[in-house]
Design a protein around this ligand. Structure first.
Ligand code: ARG
Length: 598
């Protein structure tokens, strides 16, 4: 099985080195340096309460205050009534001299706070101007390692939109975790083992159209797979043949392994084209095949610990865990299963990378698989110190139907992306006549790609998604292009003003819409932490749409070019530059690029 392991071993060594280096030296933006963190710290000093016992929130629009703080938790801790606590705290804040708080009022169990805006927002805008693309990042989790298992396509099959969701959500989580300090291992657990390879090798040996295999290997492999199932209906004997081939493969038959390796190489090259389009790279492609050897040891351990047992009738190895349906670790014919290999993988990750967490970004339909696997891993001690989480997501449908290879409704990913780019192009050709043709090409590419990614990430991942081009490319809202267009508008205003440098002296703002915009930006570093905590990239998307709305509101109200007061004009310029920075940073977390102009 050395054939299978060599490349993987190298990757593993590289990751181990990277983790060690990261943990010893990584310089990061300090969360405590952010305006929002300072406000929180100051408040916690005044209240003499730990910052973890309360959170700062944006009050609902009918409340005239800058921030609101719920005191439920703190009151519970102090064993006092939250309303009374709010009253006491309001008095305390109003009596204490400080840099941030203008005034405070109690409203039921809440504290409503008004900020010293002319002190805080200049601080904020300077912060953003200084940190630029790093604004929002923080060091909160700087000693943590997380393994993110995502994409996981199956070799010898086309990369369908099903795996696209895992790839998009997984990559967004990679970006989000990295931005708050984690060292992330990007692990692509390829589906490259299993009984289907017995079938495929049987079909390949007997029926392959060598010409077509050279030209379109994946298509030919897919054809062979379909043909195998058709033939097997007439002639069930070939199922046995295939099973035997897989047993020999699993036993390490060199000739069969060579064929299998050919499939693997072709497939990975094909997947890499997709990843390149998406701008994604992985640390490892340790597929299921890498863990076949380890699987036997696991089965033995589970037997020794009496967690698994041999079925006396069939000889298969089964596991029964309380509250879960029983499952097999070894089939009657001696071969291992998906779950056996997954368990070996989890054990390996815990031991090799020593992560605090491992995330499995896989469709909701595998939730039972993960429950079984995690429960067994716990029983065997394979995930000690490593919290394993299934990050599930809903289905992808086209015209209300779930996509599937068998039904032929599986749209190829490249087709989908190409279609999106073509639609974007159509819009730009008709809408914006000032763009040169090479600009149209470039912008359509970015916008088309962004539409596919953002459509997936803008709503909570558990929901099913569909492709509605009109919504995905709507300039008015709810789309990546809406956000990209907002940045492009800011760029064009700045251009009209001859790209002014922001002079960060006395920044003074005056309108409510300006304060609202600045305040929203102040929350950005917190939103990323929230998105991390909930494994929910959509929180970033929702935030960005709200931010863009606030910008548009401000922009309808204020003319920057027409602002005569020099200080105010510069402040407004700093404000819109910051808005562009935050939108770009947020979209970057989601994996969406932003063109200079639209
Ligand atoms: N190849 C699998 C599938 O297509 C996904 C792999 C997910 N990762 C894992 N560790 N099970 O269903």
């Amino acid at each position: 099985m050395d054939l299978v392991k060599t490349a993987g071993n190298k990757a593993v060594e590289k990751i181990k080195k990277r983790i060690a280096k990261y943990l010893s030296s990584k310089k990061m933006v300090s969360f405590d340096g952010y305006a929002i963190a300072k406000i929180k710290k100051s408040l916690s000093d005044i209240l003499t309460a730990s910052p973890s016992t309360f959170s700062l929130e944006l009050p609902p629009s009918h409340i005239k205050a800058d921030l609101s703080v719920s005191l439920f938790e703190l009151a519970k801790e102090m064993k006092t009534d939250p309303k009374k606590l709010a009253e006491e705290m309001a008095i305390k804040i109003n009596e204490t001299k400080n840099n941030f708080f203008e005034s405070a009022q109690a409203l039921g169990p809440y504290l409503n706070i008004n900020l010293k805006k002319q002190k805080i927002y200049p601080l904020l805008l300077k912060e953003i101007a200084k940190l630029k693309d790093k604004f929002g990042q923080s060091d909160i989790n700087k000693n943590n390692v997380v393994v993110i298992d995502y994409s996981g396509p199956n070799i010898a099959k086309p990369f369908g939109v099903g795996h696209l969701r895992s790839t998009i959500i997984g990559q967004a989580l990679v970006n989000i975790y990295e931005s708050v300090g984690y060292c992330v291992v990007k692990d692509n657990h390829l589906g490259d083992w299993g009984t289907q390879f017995g079938k495929l090798i049987y079909a390949y040996k007997n029926w392959a159209d060598k010409e077509n295999f050279k030209k379109n290997p994946i298509e030919e492999l897919n054809n062979l797979y379909v043909k195998f199932h058709r033939e097997a209906e007439q002639n069930p004997n070939i199922e046995d043949e295939a099973r035997k081939i897989f047993q020999q493969l699993e036993a390490g038959d060199e000739d069969l392994l060579k064929i299998w390796l050919k499939f693997e190489k072709i497939s990975v090259a094909e997947f890499n084209k997709v990843y390149k389009k998406l701008g994604i790279s992985f640390d490892t492609y340790l597929g299921e095949s890498y863990f076949v050897g380890e699987s036997e040891k696991i089965i033995q351990e589970a037997l020794d610990k009496k967690i698994a047992f041999e079925d006396s009738a069939t000889g298969a190895i089964a596991v029964e865990l309380s509250g879960l349906p029983s499952f097999l670790l070894r089939k009657q014919d001696g071969s291992t299963l998906y779950i056996t290999r997954d368990l070996a993988t989890l054990k390996f990750r815990t031991k090799t990378f020593n992560p605090q967490e491992t995330l499995y970004v896989v469709g909701e339909e595998q939730s039972l698989h993960f429950r079984q696997m995690f429960t067994l891993a716990k029983a065997l001690g394979y995930a000690d110190g490593n919290t394993a989480k299934h990050i599930g997501f809903g289905l992808v449908s086209v015209d209300g139907e779930k996509m599937s290879t068998r039904k032929g409704t599986l749209v190829r990913l490249e087709e989908l992306i190409d279609q999106s780019i073509a639609k974007a192009k159509e819009i730009f050709m008709s809408k914006n006549k000032d763009l040169l043709s090479n600009e149209v090409e470039e912008i359509s590419e970015i916008v088309g790609m962004g539409a596919v990614i953002y459509n997936d990430l803008r709503q909570s991942r558990q929901k099913n998604i569909s492709f509605d081009w009109e919504k995905m490319l709507d300039f008015e809202g709810g789309s990546a292009v809406y956000l990209q267009y907002t940045v492009a508008r800011i760029n064009s205003i700045l251009k009209k003003l001859n790209n002014p440098r922001t002079v960060l002296g006395n920044i003074v703002l005056e309108k409510e819409s300006e304060f609202a915009l600045a305040k929203k930006m102040m929350f950005f570093p917190m939103i990323i932490l929230e998105a991390r905590k909930n494994d929910s990239p959509h929180l970033v998307a929702v935030y960005l749409e709200e931010l863009a709305q606030l910008f548009n509101h401000f922009y309808n109200e204020v003319s920057i070019i027409g602002t005569e007061n020099e200080v105010l004009r510069l402040a407004r310029i700093a404000l819109i530059k910051s808005t562009a920075t935050v939108i770009k940073n947020g979209l970057a977390l989601l994996g969406v690029k932003v063109p200079e102009k639209i």
